[in-house]
Design a protein around this ligand. Structure first.
Ligand code: SF4
Ligand code: SF4
Ligand code: SF4
Length: 381
């Protein structure tokens, strides 16, 4: 386990000028004046370990990276939080699990070496899939989300079906993993590196058995975890990791993917892991723009300044998070869009949750859809 001093050096926390721009940009600070990323960095650099590691605020950060976008000193705030959480986890500290810890239990169950999952029950006869192929679709935890969040109308498996349909349309028969596990994103960001490593080892073995050279994800968290975190722990990968937005945008640019008309006014929510973490801003918009008749209206907070969907890693979700989600949904509605598009199953879950909270008001309601499903509906032929 690294020393706090090493963490500070690795994340450039010593470069902090104490300017407070991070706190101004932070959505949590906007609704909770006691939360300050500037103070977290201050406590780190001045060696106030107890304030840092035994503090509930460590788990409140959305890890959305809006503060990093504003920081002119290059302080790697989200990496600082991730590493401090790992230290805190080692001391027995943890965040407050939402949903009675059901998702944390599920993630831990998935670390078991032998597991009998029904992970592909959603694959119907219209979809062409394989057990081995050059391209593999990494589905993520969508089969579980639809069960856990059925009460709020979550149907993320439409994204998975759409992904396979789009790939088939492009002449690709993807491999699917019957024994895929959670990518480990949320355990890693909760500081539990031990169980993250177990999940990653399992997935790498399965991907290798499927002989895949390209792994496509529809979840930005899976994308970032496979592309950036797996190599950090296991060295370079012998497959390429691609987000569906990149694959589809390239096919649109090549003229291989065309859509039929759809007269809709839409707005687009940039997921943090896809936008600020991966720099993928143009590809989703290129796909939306390629659908004739669709009008894209941007929200004031978009691209690098996009507001987060309001929560992270199934932890510390409370009033402040609901206020952030309400702000984002009001911002989407104010554009006059018929549909709020995003490219992340979890953003959709958290927004749906806010929309189903009858204390927050009916004006938050807006149709919400993933770009994958939206594009699938506009397929020609
Ligand atoms: S924006 Fe950067 S330099 Fe300014 S207080 Fe925050 S971490 Fe420090
Ligand atoms: S990562 Fe997001 S939530 Fe965390 S301190 Fe920065 S702006 Fe605030
Ligand atoms: S916003 Fe997301 S994490 Fe928070 S309670 Fe709703 S579904 Fe759970």
């Amino acid at each position: 386990m690294p020393e706090i001093g090493q963490i500070i050096a690795a994340t450039r926390a010593y470069s902090c000028l104490d300017c407070g721009k991070c706190t101004v940009a932070c959505p949590i600070s906007r609704y909770d004046p006691d939360y300050s990323p500037r103070m977290v960095v201050y406590n780190a650099t001045y060696g106030h370990e107890a304030e840092l590691l035994r503090n509930d605020q460590l788990w409140s950060c959305l890890t959305c990276s809006r503060c990093e976008e504003r920081c002119q000193s290059g302080v790697r705030y989200t990496e600082l939080i991730k590493l401090l959480r790992t230290e805190a986890h080692g001391l027995g500290e943890t965040g407050q699990c939402t949903h009675g810890g059901a998702l944390q239990s599920l993630m831990h169950i998935m670390t078991a070496a032998h597991l009998n999952q029904n992970r592909l029950g959603w694959v119907d006869k219209s979809l062409k899939t394989a057990t081995e192929a050059e391209t593999l679709y990494f589905v993520g935890c969508q089969p579980y989300f639809d069960v856990l969040f059925s009460d709020i109308g979550v149907k993320t498996l439409g994204i998975a079906r759409g992904a396979v349909k789009l790939l088939n349309h492009l002449g690709i028969v993807p491999a699917l993993l019957p024994n895929e596990r959670c990518c480990g994103h949320d355990l890693l960001w909760a500081g539990d590196t031990e169980h993250f490593v177990k999940l990653a080892e399992h997935n790498l073995k399965e991907i290798s058995s499927a002989k895949a050279k390209q792994v496509v994800t529809t979840c930005p968290e899976c994308y970032l975890t496979l592309k950036v975190e797996y190599p950090r722990y296991f060295g370079s990968l012998d497959f390429e990791v691609v987000h569906m937005s990149q694959l589809l945008a390239a096919k649109v640019a090549d003229g291989e993917l065309k859509f039929r008309r759809s007269a809709k006014k839409v707005t687009y929510h940039d997921p943090c892991r896809l936008g600020r973490f991966s720099g993928i801003y143009n590809e989703p918009r290129a796909i939306i723009d390629a659908i004739p008749g669709v009008e894209l209206v941007e929200m004031p907070q978009s691209r690098t300044s996009a507001l987060c969907c309001g929560t992270q890693a199934w932890m510390n979700c409370g009033t402040v998070n609901k206020q952030i989600q309400s702000e984002r949904l009001r911002e989407a509605s104010a554009t006059g869009a018929d549909v709020l598009l995003t490219f992340c199953p979890k953003c959709q879950i958290h927004f749906r949750c806010a929309m189903h909270d009858n204390r927050l008001g009916e004006e938050l309601e807006i149709e919400i859809e993933d770009v994958t499903s939206f594009a699938t509906k506009a397929l020609t032929g």
